[in-house]
Design a protein around this ligand. Structure first.
Ligand code: GAR
Length: 201
């Protein structure tokens, strides 16, 4: 008999939720009862800091059995409350891994240090290039010929933690910002599950 180690993950997302939905499909919906791997990734809960973020409704429809929470965090003044509530959800669901999937807020140094090597982020550029917001547009506007996607551990310094996986996306002459965004998202949907499998399975 294979002994299973379950990794309970919580997803934090602020927007559209394509990465959150993709991870839920792979590790929750499509995984079904097939938990034969020695270690299984369990999506235990989803948190959004934006009340009207599409991700909330999308997860509720796609996976009604996954609890979804709205915890307000729009301005820095709300961070302390957000992190306190998040910690109680983390305890309640025995979370071992915090997955940032388009989470557009900065976590405090104290919070990040408390969950050292337990917070993972995806960023739409080849870090350390194009850190911060609007990374796809920044790379496109700069005129680089290659950009990409990075999955990395979160450390107190923003977009600077150890790299877990990185993939290149070529910017072709005929690419527009819209086609580049589609290519980046396609790559994200491949690389994020692959990175989690690399760490845990
Ligand atoms: C993704 O491109 C992700 O890499 C980016 O936000 C998008 C969310 O899309 N994250 C960052 O820029 C973090 N700095 P989604 O809501 O469709 O998953």
């Amino acid at each position: 008999m294979i002994m299973q180690k379950k990794i309970n993950c919580i997803i934090l997302a602020s927007g559209n939720g394509s990465n959150a939905l993709n991870l839920i499909r792979i590790f929750h919906t499509d995984a079904g009862e097939d938990k034969s791997a020695a270690c299984s990734i369990n999506i235990s809960a989803v948190v959004s800091n934006i009340e009207k973020a599409p991700v909330i409704e999308k997860v509720r429809i796609a996976a009604p059995d996954i609890p979804v929470f709205f915890l307000p965090y729009a301005s820095v003044s709300e961070r302390e409350y957000f992190e306190k509530e998040l910690e109680s959800i983390i305890r309640k669901y025995n979370i071992n891994c915090i997955i940032l999937a388009g989470f557009m807020r900065i976590l405090s140094k104290e919070f990040v240090s408390k969950f050292h090597k337990k917070i993972i982020n995806i960023h739409p550029s080849l870090l350390p290039a194009f850190k911060g917001k609007d990374a796809i547009k920044s790379a496109f506007d700069y005129g680089v010929k290659y950009t990409g996607v990075t999955v990395h551990y979160v450390t107190p310094e923003v977009d600077a933690g150890p790299v877990i996986c990185q993939e290149v996306v070529k910017i072709e002459e005929n690419d527009t910002l819209e086609t580049l965004e589609l290519k980046i998202h396609d790559m994200e949907h491949k690389i994020y599950p692959a990175a989690l499998k690399k760490i845990f399975i």
